[in-house]
Ligand binder design. Structure first.
Ligand SMILES: C[S@@+](CC[C@H](N)C(=O)[O-])C[C@H]1O[C@@H](n2cnc3c(N)ncnc32)[C@H](O)[C@@H]1O
Length: 205
């Protein structure tokens, strides 16, 4: 995702506005809690947080300048139920307790087309192993992309970790779309899969 370096954005500014930057466990309330990894500029997660004040949303973004765009939206909308983490999904298990999350959104994750980079994909098995640990039993993973190669590979990666519920090769526009989705819809189809975590099924294998 492109975002110019913003001269006025610094770690201190983000931290002073409540963005979490240290790798430490989050204390969550016992309310439905949803995570988006690689939130980009945050249109999707801030819209969900605005419409569902009874739930908690967590936006995780690795790039400081992009993360600032999420913060701007959080402040403009006064979202007390949105937690922003400036951090790497690699460290997910250090932020979140086991079985603490009700649903995970992965939207337009970087495709990393070269084979030698596939392990960096946010749907790759090493990330899936982390996701299933922090997700509750029966929690969902929703993955959306415009990249067919990434989509088909992700079905392969994911099916050993989650029960596939719905695979869509022509997703209709919806109320909750990311900045990327709005742009990519003008060019071609959008793909989406939804799967469910079944901890017991895995234990029985
Ligand atoms: C292609 S952009 C899509 C952004 C947004 N989800 C959208 O659909 O508009 C991918 C985003 O994932 C973030 N990202 C990539 N790897 C990450 C990681 N390991 N942890 C957290 N964020 C990551 C990037 O910085 C970038 O903002």
């Amino acid at each position: 995702m492109r975002q110019k370096k913003l001269k006025y954005v610094s770690p201190e500014l983000l931290e002073s506005q409540g963005v979490l930057m240290n790798i430490e466990p989050l204390e969550l309330k016992s309310v439905p809690t949803f995570l988006e990894v690689g939130s980009g500029k945050g249109l999707f997660i801030t819209s969900l947080a605005k419409d569902n004040p009874e739930c908690v949303y967590i936006a995780m973004e690795i790039n400081m300048n992009i993360c600032y765009r999420i913060l701007e939206k959080k402040l403009a909308l006064n979202l007390d139920n949105l937690i922003i983490i400036l951090g790497d999904a690699e460290n997910l298990l250090s932020y979140l307790k086991p079985q603490s999350i009700d649903g995970l959104y992965l939207n337009f994750s970087d495709p990393w087309p070269k084979k030698k980079h596939h392990k960096r994909r946010l749907t790759a098995p090493t990330f899936m192993e982390k996701y299933v640990q922090i997700l509750k039993d029966q929690a969902f993973i929703q993955f959306r992309t415009d990249q067919i190669d990434l989509f088909d590979s992700s079905i392969e990666y994911m099916h050993q970790y989650i029960k596939m519920e719905k695979i869509d090769y022509h997703l209709e526009p919806s109320k909750y779309m990311t900045e990327y989705e709005i742009r990519k819809r003008e060019i071609g189809p959008i793909y989406q899969l939804i799967g469910k975590v079944e901890h017991h099924a895995k234990e029985n294998i």
